[in-house]
Design a binder for this molecule. Sequence first.
Ligand SMILES: Cc1cc2nc3c(=O)[nH]c(=O)nc-3n(C[C@H](O)[C@H](O)[C@H](O)COP(=O)(O)O)c2cc1C
Length: 289
Amino acid sequence: MTLKEDTMTYKTSIIDLIQRRKSCRSYAPRPLEPETKDRLHAFGTSLETPFWGNVPRFDLVDVGPPGRGRMPGTYGTIKGAGTFLVGAMKRGPGDMEDFGYLFEQLILLATDLDLATCWIGVTVARGPLQDKIRLQPQETIPAVSPLGYPARRRGLTDTVTRASLGSARRKPWSEMFFDGELGVPLDKQAAGDYAIPLEMVRQGPSATNKQPWRVVRQNGAFHFFLQRAAGYTRMTSAADLQRIDMGIAMCHFELAARELSLDGNWTAIKPWPSPLPKRCEYVVSWMPN
Ligand SMILES: Cc1cc2nc3c(=O)[nH]c(=O)nc-3n(C[C@H](O)[C@H](O)[C@H](O)COP(=O)(O)O)c2cc1C
């Protein structure tokens, strides 16, 4: 058990929150209330240790009044936000997956508080933030998110970015979820109770919307794989963004399963016993109780 037992942490159903969350790059000139910030702070320090045992630090960093032009440090991609949610992480095995798993819980809490967010791993200048959060030599900033209230209308950059990434689209089930072995599609009906947790994986955010998640159901267990995109480059040395995507998938799958009273635990089967396709890596397995 890695998540807080206290399911009252979110006031809304997690399944609704996952579907409501969308990346927002245009923010309104409305500051965050102190109690909202306190809530995020408190949540960020109360998260339980994730599967690989890496616990990041989270902080809120104000960079200027909201609603005023381009957000500093985002290379012009974010308009109007005045605050960053920042995470810092010591490097270690499973660090990026753990980071994705926990940071997404904060993103979903922000969604629950009616705030808008956008995972940012590429288009962020980490330098100025390092001083603000007193980054330690062994730490890295895998990703950040602007926090604020959404503008009434999307700005042009936001609209163009969403269109170029195809952000509203997701791969079909047949390319992501498999029955028995990779390549044999798992039918939604056949997924039974787990159709919703799997759909929540599919709805997740991912770096450049590459959706690298592959899940194989085998004898009741769900094995998670990372299928790296062809020609994928890490884009930034600070973080392996596709491993962060895997942590986000674990978060969505587990939170949705627990909300549906489908209990289980994560485990890693190492080494994975069968050969895998090119650029495909085994990550973790969900074992229902
Ligand atoms: C790990 C990660 C890194 C991301 N980095 C960026 C980024 O640097 N800049 C950006 O504009 N969007 C970034 N995104 C947002 C994705 O483009 C977005 O999640 C995807 O297009 C799907 O759209 P949606 O979040 O609205 O569902 C990132 C998302 C993830 C999960």
